[in-house]
Design a protein around this ligand. Structure first.
Ligand code: S3P
Length: 170
């Protein structure tokens, strides 16, 4: 079974994905980590040294590769993965389940503010700019995320509870 998690930065895709994979006896793959291993570079360095377009092409290729080479996985994607080119179509074609981890803008802003440095898209924003950026960006990206087969409301829920809710849907 292939399960793909999508959602905005800091929505918990990696932590929920890891816990879900463990619970279901599936392999966990984090697309950002996979890209970092392939390139032997951090995502921040790829953005800085090679630029975002290079990253998006790589992300597109790696998404195809991971989904076609693996059978029983939980894959957590990057926040932008479903929003470029044909990526969301690929996810819908290849995965048995795609799950959008949905959180309100205020919670996302709060989480992202704590780890801004590691996130190339928001690193240089002030806290006020961050709130405006996330609001607009999520508005643009929601149309891709909501094509998922299941929208999971993650507001104020523990990882254990989210894993239970996902399991009931599969
Ligand atoms: C990005 C999200 C990041 C990473 C890259 C771009 C985005 O992944 O892929 O920095 O465009 O939202 P996370 O959602 O895991 O932070």
């Amino acid at each position: 079974m292939k399960v793909v998690l999508v959602g905005y930065m800091a929505s918990g895709k990696s932590s929920v994905g890891k816990a879900l994979a463990e619970e279901m006896g599936l392999e966990f793959i984090d697309l950002d980590h996979y890209i970092e291993e392939q390139q032997q570079m951090t995502i921040s360095d790829i953005f800085r040294e090679k630029g975002e377009i290079f990253f998006r092409k790589l992300e597109h290729e790696m998404l195809h590769r991971v989904l076609s080479e693996n059978e029983d996985i939980v894959l957590s994607t990057g926040g932008g993965t479903p929003c470029y080119g044909t990526n969301m179509g690929t996810i819908l074609n290849q995965a048995d389940h795609s799950i959008y981890l949905q959180l309100p803008v205020s919670s996302l802003v709060e989480r992202i503010a704590k780890e801004k440095e590691e996130r190339p898209l928001v690193r240089e924003l002030t806290d006020d700019e961050l709130a405006e950026f996330v609001g607009k960006h999520l508005f643009e990206r929601r149309q891709f995320y909501t094509r998922s087969t299941y929208v999971l409301d993650c507001h104020e829920k523990s990882i254990e509870r989210l894993v239970e809710e996902i399991k009931q849907e599969l």
